[in-house]
Design a protein around this ligand. Structure first.
Ligand code: ADP
Ligand code: MG
Length: 340
């Protein structure tokens, strides 16, 4: 459906997009994730035709889009500041793309009704957009983007303005909606929770380049580099020397999977790979703090040597701050990270 081929954009000498190759298949939801300034919006603007390329190509359905204007690309766009028309009511906003295409009034009305049902705002046609809540405005913006049945829907930080609870709910709704409609989606966000909840495939960007691509599970379980690991919020990253299936680290010997890269490396221990054992049986640590996260507890542990360790455990098995515990490492939770 969408293919970027060596897409490059430079602002003065600096590359905002640096030879990016990316494909999005029909019916796939791809989420581009990266810190602010990593080139996410530039990527979307290039696909939309709002930003010219300095090198490379954008293909939609196999056709090179060079010279094809924005409104001829068949895209649905929904950007952060969702830019509803404040002087129009909800129906007037949703019908925008249909009017542009010259749909009859009757067609417009039918499609608007259909879309408002779909986004959970049935009967909202005559409401003023200024009187809607943030979440309702977001739904109207989505209905507007979907109304002309775009071949590709592009979302830029779609839920960025909303509070956390609403965002989490809308993400789940969006995912199920896109599944039902079979929409092809390219979304960008700096929020990893949003990306992982929405995407079939995640693309992590850094400085205009793709740092890693994979399913949410693949990226979560095996971050490719220290950058990706830290961006996902993992903190247990240390220098290590890997020999066979053992890594020497500041925390002592840590088992790694067979076939891991050998020699000097950076090592990630996911919190799930840190097991609590009786103090005398493992690496002795003191519990520094604990945070309740639904059905598990996140712990910060201070070992005798090496940096603090993030661990997690069952609610019912949680030690308290100040307690002495032992730590054992499980190879399944340990990742030898690649070069940046
Ligand atoms: P993101 O959406 O990931 O935050 P952007 O794509 O907006 O990142 O920006 C990527 C880089 O390109 C940033 O360093 C930004 O400052 C720069 N940039 C974006 N748009 C322009 C522009 N119109 N002129 C100059 N620099 C720009
Ligand atoms: Mg942006």
């Amino acid at each position: 459906m969408l293919k970027l081929d060596g897409a490059t954009v430079r602002f003065r000498q600096r590359a905002a997009l640096d030879a990016v190759d990316l494909e999005v298949a029909d019916h796939e939801t791809v989420c581009v994730l990266g810190p602010s300034g990593s080139g996410k919006s530039t990527l979307l603007r290039v696909v939309a035709g709002l930003q010219p390329l300095d090198a490379g190509r954008v293909l939609l359905g196999g056709a090179d889009q060079a010279g094809v204007p924005v409104h001829k690309r068949g895209l649905g766009l929904m950007f952060q500041d969702h830019q509803l028309f404040p002087q129009r009511d909800v129906a007037g906003n949703v019908a925008f793309g249909l009017r542009m295409r010259g749909a009859s009034r009757a067609e417009q009305a039918a499609r608007v009704g259909e879309l408002l049902d779909l986004v959970g705002l049935p009967g909202a046609q005559r409401r003023a957009v200024a009187a809607l809540s943030g979440g309702e405005q977001q739904r109207v913006a989505l209905a507007r983007a979907l109304a002309p049945s775009p071949r590709l829907l592009m979302l830029d930080e779609p839920l960025g303005q909303l509070d956390r609870t609403l965002r989490e709910r809308l993400v789940v709704e969006l995912r199920s909606l896109f599944g039902r409609l079979g929409t092809t989606v390219l979304a960008v966000t700096h929020d990893q929770g949003e990306a992982f909840a929405l995407a079939d495939r995640v693309v992590v960007m850094r400085d205009g380049r793709i740092a890693q691509t994979g399913t949410p599970l693949e990226v979560w379980q095996r971050p490719a580099s220290e950058f990706v690991a830290r961006f996902l919020g993992f903190e247990n990253v240390v220098p290590a020397t890997v020999t066979g299936t053992v890594a020497a680290t500041p925390w002592g010997k840590v088992p790694v999977a067979s076939g891991s890269p050998q020699g000097e490396a950076r090592l990630l221990v996911r919190p799930g790979g840190v097991r609590l054992v009786p103090a005398r049986d493992g690496l002795p640590c003191e519990v520094v703090s604990r945070t309740f996260r639904g059905n598990h507890v996140a712990l910060r542990l201070r070992p005798g040597a090496g940096p603090l360790l993030e661990a997690e455990c069952e609610l019912s098995a949680s030690p308290e701050p100040g307690d002495a515990v032992g730590v054992a490492f499980a190879a399944g939770g340990v990742v030898v990270l690649g070069e940046e």
